[in-house]
Write a protein that binds this ligand. Structure first.
Ligand SMILES: NC(=O)c1ccc[n+]([C@@H]2O[C@H](COP(=O)([O-])OP(=O)(O)OC[C@H]3O[C@@H](n4cnc5c(N)ncnc54)[C@H](OP(=O)(O)O)[C@@H]3O)[C@@H](O)[C@H]2O)c1
Length: 258
């Protein structure tokens, strides 16, 4: 259809994504009937250049698992944050090629701002994937010390993820947890439909001084958040971050002429 600006999401799988509904609501609210948002299942990122050529009218993309870092070699340029994080979730097509941005870090930071206290000087980040890299970067950027927690933490001493030291789940003793009053869960464990799954985090050591954030937004309350709340912790799910990272992506696309 002439004059329509196509946006979308690449990843694999993409069927479960909430982004098409989020953006459809946004376009409706803004009266932007000239913009569409679709999902594009792309199992193999090495097909991205061919896919891009075959879809010349797609002007902006979100990027999700497993391509947030893997897409980097196919981009023409990166925003400063994306370059430092080493992962993107938003792309803009330019005449020279695709330019990548990371709005996850921005969305995360904005989402936790109302809950952050000056006691939250140190954080435990659970997981060492692409979203953990963005969250670690965002936390260190505001001066919060981070320790990452990985299933394979103990296997290689001196290991870093996004500049943060990495420990194993078996090292999460009461003293360490009480020393880190911010806990951010950045793994897919506990997502629908496996809602009773939880990483092996000893929630009994959490208390009223803790802020526990789960990037998972479906279900709205994961088992981790339920157990943390029962210990008196303040809890936050990933819904606000999801909305805010989409706000920022939309802002980037509009600035690029969408
Ligand atoms: N709210 C939002 O806006 C937003 C934005 C981005 C992502 N997310 C959510 O954040 C979650 C993580 O995203 P991601 O892209 O970082 O995912 P990912 O790359 O697939 O996994 C992140 C890390 O989780 C750990 N992990 C994976 N499976 C595990 C298991 N069975 N048990 C324990 N740890 C496991 C792994 O770290 P180790 O091997 O080191 O243990 C892995 O590197 C997803 O649920 C995603 O939907 C939400």
């Amino acid at each position: 259809m002439a004059g329509v600006k196509r946006l979308g999401l690449i990843g694999h799988p993409v069927g479960h994504s909430q982004s098409p509904r989020l953006f459809a609501d946004r376009f409706e609210r803004l009266g932007r009937h000239d913009v569409t948002y679709e999902t594009f299942d792309l199992p193999d990122i090495s097909n991205f250049p061919a896919w891009s050529q075959a879809h010349p009218d797609v002007v902006g993309l979100n990027v999700t698992v497993p391509h947030k870092s893997a897409v980097l070699p196919y981009l023409h340029g990166l925003g400063t944050e994306a370059e430092q994080i080493g992962a993107v979730n938003t792309l803009v097509r330019t005449p020279e090629g695709w330019v990548g941005h990371n709005t996850d870090a921005w969305g995360f930071r904005r989402s936790i701002q109302p809950f952050l206290k000056n006691t939250h000087e140190r954080a435990l980040v659970l997981g060492t994937g692409g979203s953990a890299a963005a969250i670690i970067w965002a936390l260190r950027d505001v001066g919060i010390d981070v320790v990452a927690v990985s299933r394979s933490g103990r296997s290689s001493e001196g290991r870093l993820h996004a500049g943060a030291p990495v420990v194993g789940y078996d090292e999460l003793n009461p003293a360490l947890i009480q020393h880190h009053l911010l806990v951010v869960h950045c793994t897919p464990v506990g997502m629908s439909p496996s809602t009773e799954d939880m990483v092996t985090f000893p929630t009994s050591h959490l208390g009223a001084g803790h802020l526990v954030v789960d990037l998972v937004y479906s279900p709205p309350q994961t088992r981790l958040l339920r157990e943390a709340q029962a210990q008196g912790a303040v809890v936050l799910n990933g819904q606000d971050m999801l909305r805010l990272q989409a706000d920022k992506a939309w802002e980037i696309w509009v600035e690029a002429g969408v």
